[in-house]
Every structure is written in structure tokens, then in C-alpha cells.
Design a protein around this ligand. Structure first.
Ligand code: PEP
Ligand code: MG
Length: 754
């Protein structure tokens, strides 16, 4: 049985489409279990029916024609209860309904198991026997295992349109594909699938005729690609800041690297033609990166592959086709690269969808900088079949709808429209103070990371920067930036906001933020070498960053320093020791410095309980609700599988935040919240009710939160907090908050949250 199971699963995985996969299942199951019939019914949610989609044993004319209404018959019973049903005589069961089209009469034995994905019943897998037969437990689990295997194939087929075609339904689909992460926003547009330009893997070895001419041709190809990269970089210059453009410089450096160029030339000298030699060098590099299994190094591997294809294209003297992009381009690919993104004129680019990658991928970083919604990490995205298809991106929830139904399209167009109108209307609030109706001031700060964030943050009326994530400039480079280079970057942010405060967080790498040039391999990176832990183990990196930050503040004095991932006081003491050392060194060097206020992030549960001890050492606290939620609820913030469980409104998270605020206020220390929760207007009301001293969020959320703050009195938000306090789960809290916003005429703010 185990062997059959393994072989069937392999066959199903290799099947080119869903119809084939289903047909393999029914045939193999019928053989393996020695039954008279095996069938698969799929759910047609539109018509609320179960449809016979594959069978071995029944009349094949019945396929697609036998449709059982929801809740009817034994199939309906299995689906309704989401449990298997094992009957030696089907007709004895009260739910049994005779179906004439398939000539069911003579069948007695029945075993049906539900096909379930993410708690949704997608269909039912059924076997029938003419005689009475009670199936053994082992047979039941065999069917279960296959059903679980089918579930994945079915849910992906739903998104690619396979199911719709099988159901002979309209061309519209209502299935959503779920990604791991992305960048917020909604987009409606048409897919433009980008694919590798030339197939390097398919290049054969070939004897070289004229070595010198081959080498010259190779040099010319490399020079041509370099020109292309410079053109792309120049095209982005007006859109992206210098530090993001550095990404293209990194690619050019890689292109010129000795390994790549000399390795290929060596191969040519050894007798292979340029494309064959290039294929070998590129393959070596790609394998080296991929073998390390580090997400950031894999990112580099795709850069190498991309460069290899571009050189090959030049070698093959296929002049690069200037592709035309639709005005509403949604860039789709197996692994969309930053350079592919740069090829699309910015005004025409509406969204990005990539089967691989995460929000930390270069392409996602660029998309965020451009304010374009993206969905990353959609497993088994049927890329090859998406070109030209209409799609809707829901960047808020990392979802993609392919061939959206009219209702979904309209819903998202309305959303886009409403968002745009609301954004326009809210401009009127820019100059107005962030205070409640009864005059309680709640400073709203901006979260930044890219220089591109500065202008929008200033324009939306942020009262300063509550969180400057310094790791982002580190991510788009090829090596650690030097002290002076860092100083210049930090200076731009500090200067732009002076005299308003700018809270600069020291390097918070590790977890899912891995530097390509500083690989860390761990089984459990979120519980591993992260944030301050790396900084303290590498004082040279930390000291050079702190020196750069302190020097950037000379003459401005609006700097506040923030330490990430603190889990105990020893880390604070060590970090303070290093900061003091950097400060004194700089004084000795003649810099005229002010010693900044220093705070810690509360994002590890242990820190929640040590606020009093920490307060003896630092000046303020900033709650990082993204990590605090992840660690309190044991839910990986990047895992789509458990994304439903990630909720900052979980009562346990709310209690933790309130405890931090109360403990900090007892010892006179202010508390800010800088996780995504702060940018959700509904959640912001609760935080205000708890007495949080300031909020920091992305500039896109700021005026929305300000609108909420300006619409209530302190007595009202305190009452709201007490009302929410008794709820036992996040859904109830959210429902109350949304009701409150709607009753106050602020329904437009509901979407900005989850
Ligand atoms: C947080 O964890 O809430 C936070 C603000 O930090 P980051 O999202 O950068 O981990
Ligand atoms: Mg964090």
C-alpha cells in the first residue's frame, strides 16, 4: 500500500493539469483498493453543488453532469461534516439519495473522505463496492493521504483557471492565491509575464574555432550588457534614491568580476565556445549560492542567472527585444528580478507578483520604495499560463486573484478609487494637530528606511521619525557600507526632519533580514542570531554604525537611538558601554556631539516583564508589535500557512502592551508603538486609550490615523478600551472597533487595518 501511495503521489505531482491528476487518482485507487468505482466530486461554490469530476467505474458521460446540491446525499454529508463516512450499505444511511445518472443502484459499500485545504472542503473522494463492504482503517487512511495530496493540486488549479474550465464555468474565477508577504495596496491590471531571456541551461558544448575572436565577442557581449544596466539605472534615477540605484552598481560589479569574466575566458581557452564556457561559469556560481540555502544568497544566485542570460542573449546577437508593456502592467514571474522591474516604465507598472521571494527580496524593496503593491512567495504560481490575464492584487493580505469575477474586480477598483479619494480628502488634515476632540495630543511619527520615504513622510505632516530601519540601506548593497557612507545617509534623514526627533534604530539584521554579504545559516533564524545579538557579537560593525549615527547628528541634536531585539538588561548594558565608547572616541577626535536619548524596542516577551529594570538604563520604549505578536503567539510573521493566526488584536498582545505602558509610566518613561499595528486606525484608538505616548507608522497610514484620533474624545477611547478588554479573542475586538469607526462616520478607515 505504501509503495502504491508513494508512486501515485509522484504521478499526481507530475500531472500536467488537474484533469490528468484526478484521472490518475481514480484509476490508481480503484486498482489498489480493488473497488468497483472511485470518483472525485469537487465543490462548485458558485452554484452550491458538488460536481462529479473524475471517475473510474461510473459512466463517464456523467462527468460534469452529475451535480448534487450542497448538503444532499452521502457526498454532501461527508463535505458538511468534513469527516469520512465508511458504510457497508450506503442505502441504510438516512442521508442516502439515489442518483440515477450514474446507475448507482447495485452499489452497497461506500467510503468517502473530504478533500480539505486550509479548513475548506474542496471536494470528496469516494470509493464504491457492489457488495456490502466495510473498509478497513488502513484503507481509510490510504484514501485520506491521497485526498490531502489532492487538496494542494486542486487549490492551485482553482487559481490557474483549471477548475473553471473543468466546471465549464464562465472564464471568471473567484479563487485567490495566497502569497507569503508583499507590499500593501490594491492593483487591478494585466499580467505581463517576464521570463528568462535566453535559455542558458540548454546551451551545448561546442569546439571553439578562433579563440581570440571568441574572447573578443565575449568581451563585447559583457560590455553590451553593462551598457543596458547603466541605461536601466539611468531610467530609475529620477524615481529611486541613490542608495537604491546602488543595486544596479552591484550588478555591474558582479558582471565585471574576475570570477565571471576570467572563468569564462579560461573555458574558451580550454576549447569551449563562449556560450558553453559562460554556461559553466554561471552554473558554478549559481550552485555555490544555492547550496548555501540562505534566502539572501539565493537572491544573489538569481542575479547571476539573470546576468548570464543577458550575456547569452548578446552573444547570440539577438538584439534585446524592446518589449511593450500594457498601461496597467502587473509584472509576473517565477522569480522577478530587480532589473526586470526596472525595464517597465514606472507609470505603467501597477503591481508585482513573484512565485519566489519574500518581502525582503530586492524586488520587493524596490516595489515598496515605488509605492507599488506586490505579492511575493506564491507557491506553484502557474506562471506560464498567466500572460495577458487580468488580475487583481490585494497587497494588504498578500492575495492574488487571476481572472477576477466582475464582483471582485469592481470591489478592488472601488477600493482603489476610495483609497485615492480618501487620500485626497485627508490632505486637509496635514496642517492640523493630531489631537483628540478634547485636546489630548498624540504625536504621529513616520517609519522610514529608504531615502524615498523622506519626502512622503514630510508631506504627510509626520512630527518626526519614530523608527528609521537602518538595515534597509545595508540590504541593497554588496558589502557593509563604510562609516562615512553611513553618516551621509543618516544625515539626510536627520537633516530633513530637524528639529523634529528622528529615532534611528541600530542594525536589526537576522531573522528574515539577511545581508547577502553576511550569511548566517540557522534552523530557526527568528529565535537565533538577530538584532542586538549580532551587534554585540560584532562590536566592530556596531561601533562603526553608532559612530556614523552620532556624527550624522552633529549640529542638529534631534537624534534618538533605539536598540532592537532586547531580551534582557545585560544586552542593554553591553550596548550602552559600546555607545559610550563610540561617543568618547568621537569627543576625543574633536567632534561636537550631544549624547542622544536612548531607548529599547519591546518586541521579545521577556522585555514586557522587565520594563522597570530597563527603565533604570534607558530613556524611552518603543513597542515593536510585529515581533511581539510573532513571539507571543508563536506565529512566524512570514508564514502564509499560519497568517490567519497572526493578529496584534489578540487579547494577550493587548494585555502585554498595556502592561508595558503602565510599567513605563510608573517610572516616568514614555512609550511609543512602531509596529504595523500603529498604522491601523482602529487599533490606534485602543493604543490611545491605553495611554501610549506616540505612534509611528508608514507615511501612507498617517493621515488615516490622524483622522481617527481627531474624531474621538479621550473619555470615549478609554471607554472603548474597557469595552474591548472583556473580549476573549481578536475577532470580537476587531468587530467592536470597526463598528465604532463606522458609527462615527469613519467607515473608510476600516480597510486600512487588516
Ligand atoms: C516590529 O517588530 O514591530 C518592528 C517595528 O520591527 P521590524 O518590523 O523591523 O522587525
Ligand atoms: Mg522587529
Amino acid at each position: 500500500m505504501l509503495d502504491t501511495l508513494r508512486r501515485t503521489i509522484q504521478e499526481v505531482n507530475r500531472a500536467p493539469d488537474l484533469a490528468r491528476a484526478l484521472s490518475i487518482i481514480v484509476t490508481r485507487v480503484k486498482q489498489a483498493m480493488v473497488v468497483d468505482v472511485c470518483s472525485v466530486y469537487l465543490v462548485d461554490n458558485e452554484r452550491r453543488q458538488y460536481v462529479l469530476m473524475a471517475t473510474d467505474g461510473y459512466n463517464r458521460d456523467a462527468l460534469g453532469a452529475v451535480r448534487l446540491d450542497f448538503g444532499r446525499g452521502l457526498v454532501g454529508e461527508v463535505a458538511r461534516r468534513a469527516e469520512s463516512l465508511n458504510l457497508d450499505n450506503a442505502a441504510d444511511h438516512p442521508a442516502y439519495v439515489f442518483t440515477s445518472e450514474i446507475g448507482e443502484e447495485p452499489f452497497h459499500g461506500f467510503l468517502g473522505v473530504p478533500i480539505i485545504q486550509h479548513r475548506n472542503v474542496l471536494g470528496v473522494l469516494v470509493v464504491r463496492q457492489r457488495e456490502r463492504r466495510c473498509f478497513a482503517e488502513q484503507e481509510e487512511t490510504f484514501l485520506f493521504t491521497l485526498a490531502a495530496q489532492l487538496a494542494g493540486a486542486i487549490s492551485h488549479a482553482g487559481a490557474s483557471g483549471d477548475i473553471d474550465r473543468l466546471l465549464q464555468d464562465s472564464r471568471e474565477s473567484r479563487y485567490a492565491l495566497k502569497g507569503v508577504s508583499g507590499t500593501p495596496g490594491a492593483a487591478v491590471g494585466h499580467a505581463c509575464v517576464v521570463y528568462p531571456l535566453a535559455n542558458l541551461e540548454a546551451i551545448p558544448d561546442r569546439a571553439v574555432e578562433d579563440v581570440d575572436a571568441e574572447i573578443a565577442g565575449f568581451h563585447a557581449a559583457v560590455a553590451g550588457v553593462e551598457r543596458d544596466m547603466r541605461m536601466m539605472s539611468a531610467r530609475m534615477v529620477d524615481t529611486l534614491p541613490v542608495e537604491d540605484i546602488a543595486l544596479f552598481d552591484a550588478l555591474i560589479l558582479m558582471l565585471r568580476s574576475e570570477n565571471l569574466v576570467d572563468g569564462t575566458i579560461e573555458g574558451i581557452r580550454a576549447g569551449n565556445w563562449a556560450p558553453g564556457a559562460l554556461r559553466n561559469t554561471i552554473a558554478e556560481h549559481v550552485t555555490a549560492f544555492e547550496d548555501m540555502e540562505d534566502p539572501y544568497l539565493r537572491e544573489r544566485a538569481s542575479d547571476v542567472r539573470d546576468l548570464g542570460r543577458r550575456i547569452l542573449e548578446r552573444l547570440q546577437s539577438v538584439s534585446p527585444v524592446a518589449r511593450s508593456f500594457p498601461p496597467d502592467t502587473i509584472l509576473v514571474g517565477e522569480e522577478v528580478s530587480a532589473s526586470q522591474l526596472a525595464e517597465v516604465p514606472v507609470r505603467q507598472l501597477k503591481g508585482v507578483v513573484s512565485a519566489r521571494g519574500s518581502s525582503a527580496s530586492h524586488v520587493a524593496i524596490l516595489a515598496r520604495a515605488l509605492g507599488i503593491p506586490a505579492v511575493m512567495g506564491i507557491d506553484d504560481l502557474p506562471v506560464a499560463r498567466l500572460d495577458g490575464q487580468e488580475m487583481v492584487i490585494d497587497g494588504y493580505q498578500s492575495r492574488l486573484f487571476v481572472r477576477p469575477s466582475a464582483a471582485i474586480r469592481q470591489e478592488f477598483q472601488r477600493l482603489q478609487q476610495e483609497e485615492a479619494e480618501l487620500t485626497d480628502e485627508l490632505q486637509a488634515l496635514i496642517e492640523l494637530p493630531s489631537e483628540t476632540v478634547d485636546g489630548q495630543h498624540l504625536p504621529l511619527y513616520a517609519n522610514t528606511g529608504l531615502l524615498t520615504d523622506i519626502t512622503p513622510s514630510l508631506r504627510c505632516g509626520a512630527e518626526g521619525v519614530g523608527l528609521y530601519r537602518t538595515e534597509i540601506p545595508f540590504l541593497v548593497r554588496d558589502r557593509f557600507p563604510g562609516e562615512e557612507e553611513q553618516r551621509r545617509t543618516y544625515r539626510q534623514v536627520l537633516e530633513a526632519f530637524a528639529p523634529a526627533p528622528v529615532t534611528v534604530r541600530t542594525l536589526d539584521i537576522g531573522g528574515d533580514k539577511m545581508l547577502p554579504y553576511f550569511p548566517v545559516e540557522e534552523d530557526n533564524p527568528f529565535l537565533g542570531w538577530r538584532g542586538i545579538r549580532i551587534a554585540l557579537d560584532h562590536p566592530e560593525i556596531f561601533l562603526s554604525q553608532v559612530r556614523a549615527i552620532l556624527r550624522a547628528d552633529v549640529g542638529l541634536n534631534n537624534l534618538q537611538l533605539l536598540l532592537p531585539m532586547i531580551s534582557g538588561v545585560r544586552e542593554i548594558d553591553s550596548a550602552l558601554g559600546l555607545i559610550r565608547r563610540a561617543y568618547e572616541e568621537l569627543l576625543e577626535e574633536g567632534e561636537e556631539l550631544a549624547y542622544p536619548k536612548i531607548g529599547v524596542m519591546i518586541e521579545v516577551p521577556s522585555a514586557v516583564y522587565q520594563v522597570a529594570e530597563m527603565a533604570k538604563r534607558v530613556d524611552f520604549f518603543s513597542i515593536g508589535t510585529n515581533d511581539l505578536t510573532q513571539y507571543l503567539l508563536a506565529v512566524d510573521r512570514n508564514n502564509a500557512q499560519v497568517a490567519e493566526l497572526f493578529d496584534a488584536l489578540h487579547p494577550a498582545v493587548l494585555r502585554a502592551i498595556r502592561q508595558v505602558v503602565d510599567s513605563a509610566h510608573t517610572v516616568d518613561r514614555p512609550v511609543s508603538v512602531c509596529g504595523e499595528m500603529a498604522g491601523d486606525p482602529a487599533a490606534a484608538l485602543l493604543l490611545l486609550g491605553m495611554g501610549v505616548d506616540s505612534l509611528s507608522m508608514s507615511s501612507a497610514s498617517l493621515l488615516r490615523v490622524k483622522w481617527a484620533v481627531r474624531s474621538f474624545r479621550m473619555t470615549e477611547v478609554r471607554a472603548l478600551l474597557e469595552e474591548a478588554w472583556v473580549f476573549e479573542e481578536a475577532g470580537a475586538v476587531r468587530a467592536l472597533l470597526h463598528r465604532t469607526l463606522e458609527d462615527a462616520g469613519l467607515g473608510g478607515l476600516v480597510r486600512a487595518g487588516r
